[in-house]
Design a protein around this ligand. Structure first.
Ligand code: 13P
Ligand code: SF4
Length: 309
């Protein structure tokens, strides 16, 4: 629990519970969501875990507390269900950094090209890709591809760099990154180590190469949450969005967690609030729709990834 709630907040929580029952709705939330949303969700997870939940749910309505590409993936996997994103402005800037037209051009230029797209991408980009990946399975996905054919990895050049280092495979990239993780510098990491000597440093693979190279562990959000349980360390420097601190502290109250840098916040993730969630359940807005021709091709790329689990 995130602490005692104001009476007004308590009413909103009750309304969420009522509408969820009436609609047979499931509320899915990413680890970067505000604590009060994580507390209310039926399932909280990283991008891969949320895709798996979305693929397996039997609920009539999926309310996705996260950003647009996540809700879109849920719709791609569940065309017959209603999928709602509580705040239409919640996007992922990285997902807008590559277009379907760029991928078509790349295929024309490079015969035999295999295209891997990070799930942080639009439905149109997924539709032009051979397979999707998330930060927790990107290495496995790239290893599954034909070693004799070229690979284009989009949109995150930092994740591509990390995967290339792990697999020894050369990856072609386009210019894309997460503006929030890309802002972290090696100096930030070194300053955090000086402030907390002895703490283990975990960073997300969306960070720059010099940052991932200097970290002790490079992990997805879900990977960090699991890793702490296996580590003998008592203190951790957390190199990802601050929302992850909440489940970390909840699950490991005897460990200490420090954010790698101040202001490590994804503003889009924070657009989802309790009133926005209630409104979404009342009005079923914003409904996510994906054009069927695009959806079918995007689903092939997503399912190929899910089959690799
Ligand atoms: P995860 O796959 O680790 O949950 O990351 C999603 C994301 O958007 C990171 O910025
Ligand atoms: Fe997109 Fe970065 Fe926000 Fe993740 S943290 S949703 S990659 S902008």
């Amino acid at each position: 629990m995130s602490g005692p709630r104001e009476p007004a907040a308590e009413q909103l929580v009750q309304r969420v519970q009522e509408r969820r029952r009436e609609l047979n709705a499931v509320v899915l939330a990413h680890f970067y969501q505000p604590p009060e949303i994580q507390d209310l969700a039926d399932f909280v997870g990283d991008s891969l875990q949320l895709s798996v939940q979305a693929a397996e749910t039997e609920a009539a309505v999926i309310v996705f507390c996260g950003v647009r590409f996540m809700a879109e993936s849920a719709k791609i996997l569940n065309p017959a269900r209603t999928v709602v994103l509580p705040e239409p402005r919640a996007g992922c800037p990285m997902a807008d950094m590559v277009t379907a037209a760029q991928l078509r051009e790349a295929r024309e230029r490079t015969p035999g090209l295999q295209v891997v797209c990070y799930v942080n991408s639009s439905a149109e980009v997924k539709a032009e890709s051979d397979i999707c990946c998330t930060s927790s399975n990107a290495v496995r996905v790239v290893r599954s591809l034909d070693p004799d054919r070229p690979i284009l990895f989009v949109p995150d050049r930092n994740l591509a760099h990390f995967v290339s280092r792990q697999t020894g495979r050369q990856l072609m990239v386009l210019e894309g990154c997460c503006p929030i993780h890309d802002r972290v510098t090696l100096q930030d990491l070194q300053a955090a180590r000086r402030a907390h000597p002895g703490a283990e440093v975990m960073v997300h693979p969306e960070c720059r190469p010099e940052v991932t190279e200097a970290a002790d562990q490079v992990l997805s959000t879900g990977g960090m949450l699991e890793y702490v349980g296996r580590s003998p360390a008592r203190e951790f420097i957390v190199g990802t969005e601050e929302g992850l601190l909440y489940p970390l502290r909840k699950r490991y109250p005897d460990r200490q967690f420090h954010l790698l840098r101040a202001g490590f916040v994804c503003p889009d993730m924070k657009l989802i609030t309790l009133p926005a969630l209630v409104r979404a359940l009342e009005r079923l807005e914003e409904r996510i729709e994906v054009e069927e021709g695009v959806r079918v091709r995007a689903e092939t790329a997503l399912r190929r990834m899910l089959e690799l689990r």
